[in-house]
Ligand binder design. Sequence first.
Ligand SMILES: [Zn+2]
Length: 742
Amino acid sequence: MTTDQPETTLAVEEKSTASKTKTDTTGKAKPPQDPNKPESGIVYRGLDDTFPSSLPRWHSFASPKTRPESPHDWLRVTSIERGPNRDSWDIVLFDKQLRDCIAKVIARYNGHTGNNIWQGSQVTLSSPFKPFIFNHAELETEAQSASLDPTTRGRLQCLLQVVDEIHDPVQWRIPEPMDDPWSFRIQYSLLWTLFKPGSLVVAAWNAAQDLQVFQVHDTSYGSKKTALHPSDKRYSMNELVITAWMWDWNGEEIVRTMYDFKISEYSGDKPPAELRCYPIAFYEREGHRGLEAIRGASVYQDRRANFLQYAPGHRHLGLHRYSGDFYGGIPAFQLDREKAAMTAMGYRTSLWPTVPPRVVKIDEDIILDTVNYMRKGGGSRVLNTFEPVSSTNFCHCQLCLDIETKRWRDDTQAKVTRPFNYNDLLLPPRLFGFALNWKEWGQFFLNDIERTEPAEKGKFEGEIKGLVLPDEVSKNEQRHIFTMVSNHWHVMAKPRGQRIADMIGGKGESLILLFHGHSGTGKTLYAESLAKSSSRPLFKVGTSDIGLNAPQAERTLKNIFELAEAWKAVLLIDEADVLLDARGSANESLVTKNALVSVLLREVEYFKGVLIMTTNRVVAFDPAILSRIHHAVNFGEPNSDQEYKIWKLWIDRLDEQGLCDDSHDLHKWAKETKKASRRYILSGREIRNVFIMAQMLAERRNSNLKIKREHLTAAYDYKKSFRIDTENLRTQANQLLATQKK
Ligand SMILES: [Zn+2]
């Protein structure tokens, strides 16, 4: 489709140039170099005797005729001037047998370029004769073939000589695998010869310079204007654009994604491995070369196995643990529909600026979900910052997709195990999804995804991270809550006839829990434990994610509920009172509040998952919402017994981790503290902060971290005095308000 386009159009271009300029009718035959080689039937047309010369020639002598001058002519070689600083060569092949022979040898290449000039009565090609150079080895072999008739064989050999002489063969010959990759150097102008369509190349794609294998589709020389001087030609930069593809996962099937790799013009010559994209033959590692070498590189470890495990899971929930670099930057929910629809094809249009991914180290739960990454995140199938090239020019020729490759794709799609195939190396190094805590869409590196083990069935893992539920919540109730949460999806998956369902289809299929009570009492922790124990992702959102502007909140809430449903997640809306305050606060009009309440009501009505809302102001809740809650847990105010339990839990954990020498003494300290300060009871969150502070205080250079009584006392005293101060301030403020009202 692309590669040989200029060559086919040139045939037309030449005719018009020829008719305008005075032609050299003498038809002075002049071989480019060797006058002794066989040349019967070859007509040479040169510019003048001084060729080749670097002097500018202002007159053109080109005269490609459409027919041979004599019946014996089988090849015409013409030197053509194309502009003051550039001339080139045309060759015209008249011999049908030779043409057919060549067409057969380069059939795959022709199929890829979509070039059908080989079917006409003659073939005109312009230098640099891409089809000959890219298929040089194959044509050389054919030229020695005994099965060829002697005339065609002789002419093919002769033709290859002519091509060699027009181009200095030492310069452009595609290097043999035996060549030393570091002694081979290449000039910018010949760079294209390294990138034969269908061949494999490697390119670094991230900051760590990890390499990925791609298959070349096409190359082209281009120039780009620099941003500083957009209109000045002297500042434009020339570059070679290599368009190459890798396999990718679009959420439903294995597809190809194509990228452009650009190499700016350079002077002199360079070894290919110094370029940002180069043929795989030049890749070297630990004494190995090429395919075998890159196959053993650590980035490629278990590539296919990892891809099969994490990508094509139709029914898999996509919940995984991830520890490594996250290429994020796509905000979670605030996306407009148009943008999402336009990226549904897998590539972005240039209508809006793209945000470069922000690379952060994360260690948290993630959801792998390419479909929603594109649909709801508006993401395209980027590779780090490489934007995919429009997928419309993918071709299905034998060069790009041969039978073996198609079989490989089908097997991979079906998760069939099979021996190594180079296509394994074309599998992507990253997948798309959502970081649940970081709350951004982005790219996850395959090697850093960890499989999450499902929780032990029917077991509640609440006793983690110091979760102490209020005494009012009996063991029985705790068990019931856990059973409801973990059974919800199972029950709702049953046919409507076999369960209690709303009269109106699709309505009332959610489980809604409300956790209310003082802040820092472990409401969020409890929700986390419930999700974890039922092997569900916890999708936690707050007012800052949703926003208080009704139209925007409606769109965002819709997105959030849809995602929670798609991921079968436990949806946690933290501090839901801000959203649902029935009376409205000073800043928000009642109308806005009502709008938000009705938006949430509508979404909740059709939600098919588990929703947990937390609040420390249950009185603020709208009655319409309250009536839809299935079960509420009152976390109340922390009391001293509860507080003591939390202290004990934390000290036990320190002991386990070896972070204290004398846990006995710390337990004693906790008991004393309980007696001494009944008035100031700390919440779970505050206690955690005391321990974090104590840890900082205990840290000494060159010694292991050991928390002692003195550290704990100091941290606790700071916390307590801060509490006393704020309480005093609040009392003062309230008194002031009271006097003002009077
Ligand atoms: Zn192709």
